[in-house]
Ligand binder design. Structure first.
Ligand SMILES: [Zn+2]
Ligand SMILES: [Zn+2]
Length: 255
């Protein structure tokens, strides 16, 4: 299995997943068609599937352009029929998707949208706009309860799981995280590493689940430093995980 990260639009990432035994490939979240078509041609692979994590245009904008050139399966959540252009295979939690000989597992992780999915191919997690490296997506049509449950579900995956998210937002996410946890040494050193990568124009995605657990404020509702910070600025805040998560999300929205 080979993964090719393709920068799209301003800060989106699409991912080609290639089955090296059959030379067949799937594309996760094609924001636009042209850069994907060029890469498919360069790599001399056969594109067989689109895998959409959710319906937002910056994740599906290339569906029609790709479908005009290739006959493809289009995977997305079954509730997104009508919202995802060209959807052929509506799937749900626990279903399997196929690219050549590769099998991926579907995880239903609503919150950013009501039909959001992640795709897991061995230890590679493609999670769209639900979990970002060092952050998480905004709540569009989901609830804080759902949006807290979804990253929590992903946290049950092994620490060496690689997080391939939909956008390059890590630097700004870490800048926000430092306002909540300025004494987290792992966070400080991650921020330094990420700044170095960005100053060289390099991607900071993927990251590992281990790094996320150590530094992503949306997974750190147990952190005493975050709790103390939140309590100081909102004394009547309840310190249960969903309330902490929702408060951190609100603060990030205003950051
Ligand atoms: Zn989105
Ligand atoms: Zn997006």
């Amino acid at each position: 299995m080979k993964i090719i990260q393709i920068p799209l639009l301003r800060d989106n990432y699409g991912y080609l997943i290639i089955c090296q035994e059959t030379n067949r490939a799937g594309i996760i979240d094609p924001s636009e068609a042209e850069p994907v078509l060029r890469r498919v041609e360069q790599e001399k692979i056969a594109l067989t599937a689109i895998l959409n994590t959710h319906h937002h245009r910056d994740h599906t904008g290339g569906n029609e352009g790709l479908l005009s050139k290739h006959k493809l399966k289009v995977y997305g959540h079954k509730s997104d029929l009508g919202r995802i252009p060209g959807l052929t295979d509506g799937v749900d939690d626990g279903d399997e998707v196929q690219i050549g000989e590769l099998r991926g597992k579907v995880l239903f992780i609503p919150g950013h949208t009501t039909g959001h999915l992640a795709y897991l191919f061995s230890n590679n997690l493609f999670c769209g706009d639900t979990l970002f490296t060092a952050g998480c997506g905004r709540l569009f049509d989901g609830t804080p309860e759902q949006m807290h449950a979804s990253p929590k579900k992903l946290m049950a995956l092994p620490d060496d799981t690689k997080i391939y998210c939909g956008h390059e937002y890590t630097e700004n996410n870490l800048r926000f995280a430092k306002t909540l946890e300025p004494n987290n040494q792992k966070l400080i050193s991650r921020f330094d590493r990420v700044q170095t990568l960005r100053s060289r124009g390099l991607p900071t995605v993927p990251a590992t689940m281990e790094e996320e657990k150590q530094t992503n404020p949306f997974l750190r509702w147990d952190s005493k430093e975050i709790q103390t910070h939140l309590k100081a600025e909102t004394p009547d805040l309840r310190l249960d995980p969903v309330s902490i998560f929702a408060r951190v999300r609100k603060l990030k929205d205003a950051f």
